[in-house]
Design a protein around this ligand. Structure first.
Ligand SMILES: Nc1nc2c(ncn2[C@@H]2O[C@H](COP(=O)(O)OP(=O)(O)OP(=O)(O)O)[C@@H](O)[C@H]2O)c(=O)[nH]1
Ligand SMILES: [Mg+2]
Length: 410
C-alpha cells in the first residue's frame, strides 16, 4: 500500500522544495492544483499551490537513480567523445546512491559542458588578428615602468578606437598613445592673484623640498628685482638651517627661521609687502600623526590662499606615491612637484600615480643645480622623458599646450 502526501505553499518553488526536503527522490508527484484564495469572500487572501502524490518504494527509487546515472554517463561520453568508461566503473558501487552524489554528478556535467563550449568556441572562432604595434606598445610601456593595469587599459582603448588601417600606422599609434597619457594628467594653473603669493612645500624627508625652495627663490628673486622671502620651519636640525641660510646668502634673499605659529604669523606680516613668500617645512614621516597635525596647524596661520605643493620624488614606486599622496591629504595640497627626474629612466610609475589623482602637477626638477634644474610642469616636458615612444613633439605640444606660464612663473 503506497504512502500518499499532500503539500501546500505560496509558490510552486516553495512547495517543490518542501517536498524535496521531506521525501527526497522518493516523492512521485501526481496532481498539482491551485487552491483559491481564502479571506473575506476570497479577497485579501493568497492563492495557494497544492501538490499531491505518493512515495515510491526503495526498489523504484533505485531504478530511477540507475537510469539517471546512465543518462549522466551518456552525456559524459558525448562530451569527451570517449567510450572507454565502463558503466560499472561509473555507476556508484553503492546501490543506495544519495542525492549528494547526484548533485556532484550534476556539477561535473556542468563543468564538462562548459569545457566543451569553450573548446568549440576556440575551434570555431578565428584567432584574433594580432597587430605588432600593440605588442610593441606594451613592451615600451612596460620598460617605462607603467603598471600592468594601466597598460591593459590603454591597449584596450587603442584597440577599441582604432581601425585596422590605424593599427598599421606606427607613427599614428605612438602619437595617439602620448596624447592618451597626457590627457589623463592634470597641469597646475594658479588663477589666484594675490600679493604676496605664499607658497609652502610639504612632503616626505629628503625629496628635495629645500633645494626646490632655493630654485624657486632664485628663479623669482634674481634678475627682475622681485621681492622674495624665505621662511623655514626647519629649526631643529643644524645642517638644515645652514643649508637654507647658505642659499639665502648667495642669492641675497632674506631667510627667516621659525618654530611656532606665532613666529610664523609675525614673519608673514613682516613680509607682507613682498611678492612671494616661500615656506620650507621639515620632511615629515607620515606615520608620526602627532607631528603631522602640528605642522598642518602651523601652516594654517599662513592663510587660506597659501598654495601648498606636495613634493614627491620620481624615484618612488607608484604604490608608495599613492600612499604618500593619501597621507598628505590632510594638508589640502593644491598641486604636486616632481623632483629627481634626472635620477630615473622610468617615469611610468610617477605617471600612473598622477593619472590616479585629479591634483595637478606644478613643477618638475631634474638635478641638484640651483636654480637651473627646475621647470614648470607641462605635458611635453613630462612625456619627453618616456623612452621608446616616438611622437612628433611639435604636433604634440600644439595639442597639449603648457599651462599659462605667467600664472605661476612671474
Ligand atoms: N638628483 C637630484 N637631486 C636632487 C634634486 N632635488 C634635490 N636633490 C637632492 O636631494 C637631496 C635632499 O634634498 P633636500 O632639498 O635637502 O631635501 P628635503 O626634502 O628638504 O629634505 P628634508 O628637509 O630632510 O626633508 C640633496 O642632496 C639635494 O641636492 C633633483 O631634482 N635631482
Ligand atoms: Mg629640507
Amino acid at each position: 500500500m503506497p504512502r500518499y502526501f499532500s503539500e501546500r505553499g505560496n509558490s510552486h518553488i516553495e512547495v517543490i522544495e518542501k517536498i524535496h526536503k521531506k521525501y527526497g527522490d522518493r516523492a512521485k508527484i501526481q496532481i498539482q492544483r491551485t487552491v483559491p484564495a481564502t479571506g473575506i469572500m476570497g479577497l485579501f487572501g493568497k492563492v495557494q499551490y497544492e501538490y499531491r502524490g505518493y512515495l515510491r518504494t526503495g526498489e523504484e527509487t533505485r531504478e530511477i537513480q540507475k537510469s539517471k546515472d546512465n543518462e549522466a554517463r551518456a552525456a559524459i561520453l558525448a562530451v569527451t567523445g570517449k567510450d572507454s568508461i565502463r558503466s560499472d566503473e561509473f555507476v556508484s558501487k553503492n546501490k543506495e546512491t544519495t542525492s549528494l552524489e547526484d548533485e556532484k554528478i550534476g556539477e561535473v556535467l556542468q563543468e564538462l559542458k562548459h569545457l566543451k563550449d569553450c573548446l568549440m568556441l576556440s575551434a570555431s572562432t578565428p584567432p584574433p588578428q594580432t597587430f605588432p604595434i600593440l605588442s610593441e606598445l606594451s613592451d615600451i610601456l612596460d620598460k617605462n615602468d607603467f603598471e600592468e593595469d594601466y597598460i591593459s587599459k590603454l591597449l584596450e582603448s587603442i584597440k577599441n578606437t582604432c581601425n585596422i588601417a590605424d593599427l598599421d600606422n606606427r607613427g599614428y599609434i605612438h602619437q595617439l598613445t602620448a596624447s592618451y597619457i597626457a590627457k589623463n594628467v592634470h597641469f597646475f594653473r594658479n588663477d589666484v592673484d594675490v600679493k604676496p603669493r605664499v607658497v609652502a612645500l610639504v612632503g616626505p624627508t629628503g625629496v628635495g623640498k629645500t633645494t626646490t625652495i632655493a630654485k624657486l627663490a632664485a628663479v623669482h628673486g634674481l634678475g627682475d628685482g622681485s621681492d622674495v622671502r624665505i621662511i623655514t620651519v626647519d629649526n631643529f636640525r643644524i645642517g638644515a638651517r645652514a643649508q637654507i641660510e647658505t642659499y639665502g646668502k648667495i642669492m641675497g634673499i632674506p631667510v627667516q627661521i621659525v618654530d611656532n605659529s606665532d613666529e610664523l604669523r609675525k614673519q608673514i606680516v613682516l613680509a607682507s609687502d613682498s611678492n612671494l613668500i616661500l615656506i620650507d617645512t621639515i620632511g615629515k614621516n607620515p606615520r608620526d600623526k602627532e607631528k603631522f597635525r602640528e605642522m598642518r596647524k602651523l601652516l594654517s596661520v599662513c592663510g587660506e590662499n597659501t598654495e601648498i605643493h606636495l613634493v614627491l620624488s620620481a624615484t618612488t614606486k607608484a604604490s608608495d606615491l599613492r600612499i604618500i599622496m593619501e597621507q598628505f591629504r590632510l594638508f589640502n595640497y593644491w598641486s604636486i612637484i616632481i623632483t629627481k627626474l634626472d635620477e630615473t629612466n622610468h617615469i611610468g610609475n610617477i605617471l600612473c600615480a598622477l593619472i590616479s589623482t585629479t591634483v595637478p602637477i606644478s613643477y618638475l626638477t631634474d638635478g641638484q643645480n640651483v636654480p637651473v634644474d627646475i621647470a614648470i610642469a607641462s605635458p611635453i616636458r613630462l612625456l619627453s622623458k618616456l623612452k621608446g615612444l616616438e611622437f612628433d613633439k611639435t604636433v604634440f605640444a600644439e595639442q597639449h599646450p603648457a599651462p599659462d606660464l605667467t600664472a605661476i612663473w612671474r
